[in-house]
Ligand binder design. Structure first.
Ligand code: SF4
Length: 362
């Protein structure tokens, strides 16, 4: 796939992408324009999703020319796109924003459905959390993404699929990285994503998934504008959780669930607990009963995610085990779903995002 002209060389021009309304207003004033011109740039950039200043026709032509001399919209460049038999596309994106950090490669997944599309975005290049079932962990942390790089993934995925978009867009922060360990940039991106004058995606359609960073959960709960929260739990005892998620030694299950209990849910909201079922490890009836007890005091739902075969030493759970596990939770009154990951044939599924290059290229 051709690379965007903006990314083939490192540009010295200011990247407008990721700037807030206030920052764009300040920029307009610094260029001798009224501050409302900044709001117009904001609307063109995010609500109209214009990626060229020349296309921002709400701005006077003379201002567009002046702006182009010092600024641009620098989107991440697609270096590969792998299309799955189920319609899912995994994009490998190269970030070269030299003014904002060293070059990095990340992944974004676009999943079309009948009435909506879901975009899974990365918040860091690689990840330091080291979950043992996750291929991203094998990369280690390369660097945090900037606000523009986080938002840019949504814009690129929408632009690439512009002819087939459904009215509803869901965004999940479940790609590479732990979002709550890149808090400021993630929140700045979410404010623009959720802003009615920005990308205007409903908070009901945006989910941030965390491995359980308690201080981040507490901060998020205090935000006026925030997405839904999912906790990647994956085990019902500290012994098992620490074995697959070393972060559990710092933030053990009891403390994590206490933070969940205090989390200020909105009237329409439930917490989501993600539970990757690793065959023979955490999929026994006893695990299910423990999990049911742990989440009982919370307004929550449980997503069971059968392990995706990858390059790690786990095996998928047997179908009968998955059903038995689900039934134990359902019989205790829990809202529980089995989520089969999409795009497994192109390594786009949960826990598979590690820049694997062997899958069929689109
Ligand atoms: S599951 Fe998420 S938090 Fe854990 S290592 Fe993978 S990317 Fe990081």
């Amino acid at each position: 796939m051709a690379e965007s002209k903006n990314n083939s060389t490192q540009s010295q021009r200011l990247n407008l992408l990721g700037k807030s309304s206030e920052e764009l207003r300040e920029l307009a004033v610094s260029l001798g324009e009224p501050s409302y011109r900044g709001a117009q740039i904001y609307g063109a950039l995010y609500a109209e999703r214009k990626s060229e200043i020349a296309e921002m026709t709400a701005l006077p032509a003379a201002f567009r020319t002046k702006l182009t001399e010092i600024a641009e919209v620098r989107l991440p460049a697609i270096t590969r796109a792998y299309r799955s038999a189920d319609g899912t596309t995994r994009y490998v994106l190269r970030l070269t924003d030299s003014s904002e950090g060293k070059a990095a490669t990340i992944e974004t997944v676009f999943m079309p459905e009948e009435k909506r599309q879901t975009i899974c975005i990365s918040t860091q290049a690689g990840c330091a959390v080291n979950c043992q079932f996750c291929l991203t962990a094998t990369l280690g942390l390369i660097r945090n993404l900037t606000t523009g790089e986080i938002l840019g993934q949504v814009l690129v995925a929408l632009a690439e699929n512009r002819d087939a978009l459904k009215p509803q867009t869901n965004v999940v922060l479940m790609g590479q990285g732990e979002p709550l360990l890149n808090y400021e940039a993630v929140m700045a991106a979410l404010r623009i994503l959720l802003d009615a004058k920005g990308l205007a995606i409903s908070p009901k359609h945006v989910t941030l998934s965390t491995s359980g960073i308690i201080p981040g959960i507490e901060r998020l709960g205090a935000e006026k504008v925030r997405p839904k929260l999912a906790i990647s739990l994956n085990a019902a005892s500290d012994e098992k959780r620490s074995a697959i998620m070393p972060i559990n030694r710092k933030y053990p299950i009891r403390d994590l669930l206490e933070a969940c209990r205090k989390y200020p849910l909105r009237p329409w909201e439930r917490l989501t607990f993600e539970y990757v079922l690793l065959g023979g490890f955490n999929d026994t009836p006893e695990d299910a009963r423990r999990l049911a007890k742990l989440v009982a005091p919370l307004r929550a739902k449980v997503n069971l995610i059968p392990w995706n075969p990858g390059e790690l030493p786990y095996r998928p759970p047997e179908a009968a085990r998955i059903e038995e596990f689900r039934k134990i939770l359902a019989d205790k009154g829990h809202l529980v779903f089995v989520r089969y990951s999409r795009g497994q044939d192109v390594m786009a599924a949960c826990g598979q995002l590690a820049l694997v290059e062997s899958a069929a290229r689109a």
